[in-house]
Design a binder for this molecule. Structure first.
Ligand code: 1GP
Length: 255
């Protein structure tokens, strides 16, 4: 039996959105904001223009907690709910898709491919859409850099980042994610985003440390196509910082 190589519904949705301009993803940690709390954040974020809800955190989120959050969010909003996994234990068929991501610059082969080998049969059995993604941690990397045992790409080495990103694309990954680490004091540097963007054909996601409209504008001007924010809503809710980021995404879309 063969499986046809078609892209799934969530990936098609992303491509459709990207035709119109940049995309914003709101990351919610269901351990910090379980069930109804996650749904409240999601509803507010989507009302302000966010396109996708990502569910994840850097510690092991149980399948039940992940499932309850996915269910509550799906009842509240009409955008895809996608798992941003830190391991196999948080996978649930209640989400619409999973970022099936290899941590490209980890020294731990489990995070590059071995966990995937163990989880892949379950993903297929759940019928969960898997979006193949190359995940690259840029300094400082924060907690994911530590837990992920990465050799973080130095902030002043855009060529190294471009090399990893292009290798991911040539390996067949259909998205590349540059991650400065959740709560990073500054996002991935714009020159690095520019270098990676000009090397790549597949869409580029950038996240970590995006706190203001200015941060978002600099990344969008450098070529980021999808922006992920998490900490800002945890710390400030859906206030002026979050609104300014969404405003920049909308402005770039309308330009
Ligand atoms: C983390 O890139 C995401 O994986 C979001 O980062 O929490 O800093 O917004 P922040």
């Amino acid at each position: 039996m063969t499986t046809p190589l078609t892209i799934g519904r969530v990936e098609a949705y992303l491509h459709d959105r990207l035709e119109r301009g940049p995309v914003h993803l709101t990351l919610i940690d269901p351990d910090k904001s379980p069930g109804a709390a996650a749904a409240r954040i999601a509803r507010g974020a989507v009302d302000l223009g966010s396109d996708v809800i990502l569910l994840g955190g850097s510690t092991g989120i149980s399948r039940d907690v992940m499932g309850a959050a996915a269910e509550a969010i799906k009842a509240a909003v009409d955008v895809p709910v996608v798992i941003f996994p830190e391991g196999a234990t948080s996978l649930t068929p209640k989400a619409d898709a999973v970022l099936f991501m290899s941590l490209l610059n980890s020294r731990n082969l489990d995070l590059v491919i071995r966990t995937h080998a163990r989880a892949a049969p379950a993903v297929r059995k759940m019928g969960l859409e898997a979006i193949p993604l190359g995940y690259l941690v840029i300094a400082p990397g924060m907690r994911v850099g530590e837990v992920g045992q990465v050799d973080a790409v130095p902030r002043d080495d855009p060529e190294a980042a471009a090399g990893y990103a292009l290798a991911a694309e040539l390996l067949g990954m259909r998205l590349v994610y540059l991650e400065a680490g959740s709560g990073a004091p500054a996002p991935v540097p714009a020159p690095m985003v520019q270098a990676v963007r000009s090397a790549l054909s597949v869409p580029l996601i950038v996240g970590g440390g995006i706190r203001s409209g200015d941060d978002a504008r600099a990344l969008l001007e450098a070529g980021a196509q999808l922006l992920v924010t998490g900490t800002i809503t945890e710390e400030e809710g859906l206030g002026s910082g979050f609104r300014a980021i969404l405003e920049e995404v909308r402005r770039a879309r309308d330009a």
